[in-house]
Design a binder for this molecule. Structure first.
Ligand code: DAT
Ligand code: MG
Length: 148
């Protein structure tokens, strides 16, 4: 089953949006297989966002993500990588549709509430970066025989 890495960013945590965000993915029918609060170190932030290191916003991005705790999660489900990106909405909240997380709660691009892996390669890389194997659980829901 496909897995993705999602993270409520410091703005989402400080605005008390963890519950709202977890609830959206739960109600959609995805399965939470790991979650934790953590303070992201500068080193972890620079590795996680390594693909953006030449971008002009890189330093601000790293200082933002290390400024306050984040809520890191691994979710499992059919096509969860692409579906979670849809539920998050476009990177810039100004362009994100209402009904998406960024469209409903975000205002500016540098503080857009949530991170989500954009491909199976980044999902694998990001899950390994943030979680140890033993922090993730794998289980079959009885209800999955009836729904999905
Ligand atoms: P996404 O988070 O949708 O995958 P991304 O990988 O292109 O988007 O960028 C990573 C983060 O960097 C994004 O969530 C917010 C920040 N960011 C992207 N473009 C930016 C810009 N033009 N100015 C400031 N921050 C930006
Ligand atoms: Mg990205």
């Amino acid at each position: 089953m496909e897995r993705t890495f999602l993270m409520v960013k410091p703005d989402g945590v400080e605005r008390s949006l963890i519950g709202e965000i977890v609830s959206r993915f739960e109600k959609k029918g995805f399965t939470l297989v790991g979650a934790k609060m953590l303070a992201v170190s500068k080193e972890l932030a620079e590795t996680h966002y390594g693909e953006h290191k030449e971008r002009p916003f890189f330093n601000n991005l790293v200082s933002f993500i290390t400024s306050s705790p984040v809520f890191a999660m691994v979710w499992e489900g059919e096509n969860v990588i692409a579906e979670a990106r849809k539920m998050m909405g476009k990177t810039n909240p100004e362009e994100a549709q209402p009904g998406t997380i960024r469209g409903d709660f975000g205002v500016i691009v540098s503080m857009n509430i949530i991170h989500g892996s954009d491909s199976s390669e980044s999902a694998k890389r990001e899950i390994e970066l943030f979680f140890k194997d033993e922090e993730l659980v794998s289980y079959e829901k009885t209800i999955s025989k009836w729904v999905q």
